[in-house]
Ligand binder design. Structure first.
Ligand code: NAD
Length: 284
């Protein structure tokens, strides 16, 4: 079998087009452009690349972005004060703090300070809780983007056995909740899982988010499975690969996301979607 490739670039482009149209409707109705505050602490090179692309995406769809770069040695209290300022600013609909933060700052304290209705990353416990109780509102971008990619295949997900490898707060756990929401039977694997190969072999839908280059070989994958590879790993020769060994997985999967060009562009597009959603709810 040669898998169909799920084209994240094309699906994200279509979503950005839809968002741009909705922003134009807002503007033509005399309403303000949605505003997104992007806070970056320090100068982690990977974060700088992510922030630059997020700001470029905002410009493309007509979202006003407000960038704030803070020095790496800033204290948590100063960062919290900046968040409070954006929380109180009615022209700011979404607030994003680029992770990772310098180790001296506890990310949970920072995430909890963002007003839940401006939490466009969907990481605040309030928004995660809403996903748990089947009332999702601002949903974590990567898992929601991954769901849109799975849905684009047209394959019914209800009743399928989904296996999520990785249990982080920002990807694995909310991913499992999203899959549960559409009626999958969900298994979550992590670094203490005893027999990962056996768990993966049972997956009709496999989502991998571990951060280990090409760790899942194709011959673990159930023939016909849908495979979403969230991992982004840069190799010594500068190539970017996922957590799944793509070529061998293509021989088993029915559908698969490539890296790059799969989940990454969708994560960014969902951030725009969430910012527009926050603006439409708060400043209709
Ligand atoms: P994380 O380090 O916070 O979590 C990794 C998870 O994988 C943990 O739950 C850990 O228990 C599990 N794990 C590690 N080794 C394992 C093993 N050998 N077997 C089974 N489970 C194992 O990482 P994260 O933030 O969830 O990110 C995971 C990957 O996804 C990274 O490569 C990251 O760059 C990528 N990522 C991509 C996007 C995107 O937009 N495409 C967004 C976020 C993260």
């Amino acid at each position: 079998m040669t898998a169909h490739i799920i084209d994240g670039n094309a699906i994200a482009r279509a979503l950005r087009g839809e968002i741009a149209r909705k922003v134009r409707v807002r503007l033509s109705g005399g309403r303000a452009a949605p505003g997104l505050a992007v806070i970056m602490v320090g100068n982690n090179p990977a974060s700088e690349v992510y922030v630059r692309s997020k700001r470029r995406d905002c410009a493309e769809v007509g979202i006003r972005d407000i960038g704030l770069n803070l020095p790496a040695n800033i204290g948590a209290s100063q960062l919290l004060a900046e968040i409070d300022r954006f929380n109180a600013d009615p022209s700011v609909d979404g607030i994003l703090v680029q992770l990772p933060l310098p180790t001296a700052i506890d990310p949970n304290t920072i995430i909890e300070r963002i007003r839940p209705d401006k939490d466009v990353d969907g990481f605040h416990p309030y928004n995660i809780g809403r996903l748990v109780v089947r009332m999702p509102l601002l949903r974590p971008c990567t898992p929601y983007g991954a769901m849109r990619l799975l849905e684009s295949t047209g394959v019914s997900l209800r009743g399928q056995h989904a296996v999520v490898v990785g249990a982080s707060n920002i990807v694995g756990r909310p991913m499992a909740l999203e899959l549960l929401l559409v009626g999958c039977t969900v298994t979550i694997c992590h670094s203490a899982t005893r027999d990962l190969a056996a768990e993966v072999a049972r997956a009709d839908v496999l989502v991998v988010a571990i951060g280990k280059p090409e760790m899942i070989p194709g011959d673990w994958i159930k023939p016909g499975a849908l495979v979403v590879d969230v991992g982004i790993n840069r190799l010594a020769d500068n190539r970017i690969v996922g957590d799944v060994h793509f070529e061998s997985a293509c021989e088993r999967a029915s559908w698969i996301t490539p890296v790059p060009g799969g989940v990454g562009p969708m994560t960014r597009a969902i951030l725009l979607h969430n910012t527009l959603l926050a603006a439409d709810r708060d400043r209709p």
